[in-house]
Design a protein around this ligand. Structure first.
Ligand code: BGC
Length: 496
């Protein structure tokens, strides 16, 4: 275990007693109580700063709805970009044929082949491949990133194995899920506004990402075309809507976060005359950029200041999977430095940014054992710290505090969207059942977070209205959704 130099303040407060911890280095720690006394006020302050009582939730929901309105009125009208998706007809179930989907949005990209069989057969077959994106490509050049993606797609397309025959002259069509803020200019084109989620690829912002992909596919000699460019929220909504007409909202809670919903065209002043055959369209809110009235702490502010996009994506940095573990780590470092939470020294590993991930803090909260053995192991394996039971209990409390704030704020965000929809007399809460399709690893793998989210929705809507709002996990729906949107927007006549 590598140990960082101990700050003098820590030395003066720590005393040691022998310890036969299973993870090695015997330690002496006599003044445990007095150490923990100094940590208790820090924990209390954290809990106070992160608190989300009903008035805070109400404010967030109202502010979300206000920001949505302002973003719909005019481009740049609020933190929320309220991006028009150009998706105004959702899948009906009649889609037929072979379609591909390509999904780039986090540390992995996925390629998917979907065979659609229309109303009777629905999704006949799906095959997929997942490739993790090397770290250096996230900081490299546009060409390198898109070449990597196109070569993964080429490999996957090769093993189609002559099973499908397309009519002569017809290209294979792709639904391209690109999960970053993009200003769409049509259903199959859009300009990257900025990278999020730790990506900092040079030269892409300001470019049409479909053109970037087309050029890379050409370099690979791939004869495929993008028929639909979609955000992952939009893909999720389309994928879930294929099975259930009551789906009106989709939310991603994973590495990053975002939400989209079905909006009436006449409630979008900035559309200025653009027509939609259905009178509705999907709006991608890009709610990760929301920032109004959030309960933030010194740890959030420091993390933001040191991030590659300071001042941006504040809601995302408060509630999403990329950041929750890092905020916990920052709190623990402070508690270790100022209150000797883990003894005399702060191990180097704990001081390494992003060393503690959200999967770890979720695992920490799943430990129901008396001595919190699993918590101890995670802390040792991941952060290089030895911990006694009192320290472990504090760590669990810290994780819970941040999961609770994140989940409850996410719930308030959802209610904000429903409020905005309700005012268009959609009756999404008051009259009918409305489904919020939800996807993302954070939601899927963090039960406490999920519960906090649901609690906040129920608290805000009351037990009667909240029965009409069903949050449904739609696992990996965005891939099939993108393939379906490629089918809906196919430039060819339907094959069958
Ligand atoms: C991006 C969104 C995306 C979300 C979830 C955010 O960082 O800005 O476009 O939908 O992550 O993947």
């Amino acid at each position: 275990m590598s140990v960082a130099a101990c700050p003098p303040a820590v030395r003066s407060v720590s005393l040691w007693r022998p310890r036969t911890a299973r993870m090695g280095v015997p330690r002496v720690r006599v003044a445990v109580q007095s150490n923990l006394v100094s940590i208790a006020p820090m924990l209390t302050k954290l809990q106070r700063d992160c608190a989300t009582p009903l008035p805070v939730l109400r404010h967030v929901a109202d502010a979300m709805a206000d920001d949505m309105r302002a973003g719909l009125a005019v481009d740049g009208g609020s933190d929320l970009k309220m991006i028009l998706s150009y998706v105004d007809s959702l899948p009906t179930g009649n889609e037929k044929g072979l379609f591909y989907a390509l999904d780039l949005g986090g540390t992995n990209f996925r390629v998917l082949r979907v065979q659609l069989g229309g109303k009777d057969e629905r999704v006949i077959a799906t095959e997929f491949d997942q490739v993790s994106i090397p770290q250096d490509l996230m900081f490299g050049t546009t060409e390198d990133l898109f070449d990597f993606i196109a070569s993964g797609l080429a490999k996957f397309a090769q093993n189609e194995g002559g099973k499908f025959h397309l009519a002569q002259g017809r290209m294979r069509e792709i639904g391209f899920t690109f999960s970053f803020p993009v200003k769409q200019t049509s259903i199959d084109a859009g300009i990257l506004i900025k990278w999020t989620k730790g990506f900092a690829v040079s030269g892409t912002a300001g470019k049409d990402v479909v053109a970037c992909l087309n050029e890379a596919m050409e370099r690979q000699g791939l004869n495929m075309r993008v028929s639909a460019l979609v955000n992952d929220t939009v893909g999720t909504l389309a994928g879930a809507r294929y099975w259930d007409d009551d789906v009106m909202v989709a939310v991603i809670l994973g590495t990053g976060t975002n939400a989209c919903y079905v909006e009436r065209v006449d409630a979008i002043p900035k559309l200025q005359g653009l027509k939609s055959s259905s009178g509705r369209t999907i709006v991608n809110t890009e709610w990760g950029a929301f920032s109004n009235g959030l309960p933030l702490t010194e740890y959030d502010r420091e993390m933001d200041a040191e991030s590659i996009n300071p001042g941006e994506q504040i809601f995302e940095k408060t509630i999403s999977g990329m950041y929750l573990g890092e905020i916990v780590r920052r709190v623990l470092v402070k508690m270790a430095e100022a209150g000797a939470l883990f003894g005399e020294c702060v191990p180097e590993k704990l001081s390494t940014p992003f060393m503690l991930g959200t999967p770890h803090i979720s695992a920490i909260q799943q430990d129901n054992s008396k001595d919190l053995q699993a918590v101890g192991s995670i802390l040792y394996d991941v952060a290089g710290v030895n911990s006694d039971l009192s320290a472990r209990k504090i760590v669990v409390e810290v994780c819970d505090t941040l999961a609770k704030r994140g989940g409850r704020l996410a719930g308030a965000g959802i209610v904000g969207i429903l409020q905005k929809m309700e005012e268009n007399s959609e009756g999404v809460m008051s009259r009918k059942r409305t489904i919020v399709a939800m996807d993302g690893g954070l939601y899927e793998h963090y039960p406490q977070y999920r519960r906090y989210l649901q609690d906040a929705v129920t608290e805000l809507l009351g037990s009667e209205l909240s029965k009409n709002v069903v949050i449904e996990h739609s696992k990996d729906g965005s891939g099939i959704g993108a393939a379906l949107l490629a089918a809906t927007n196919s430039k060819y006549e339907h094959e069958f």
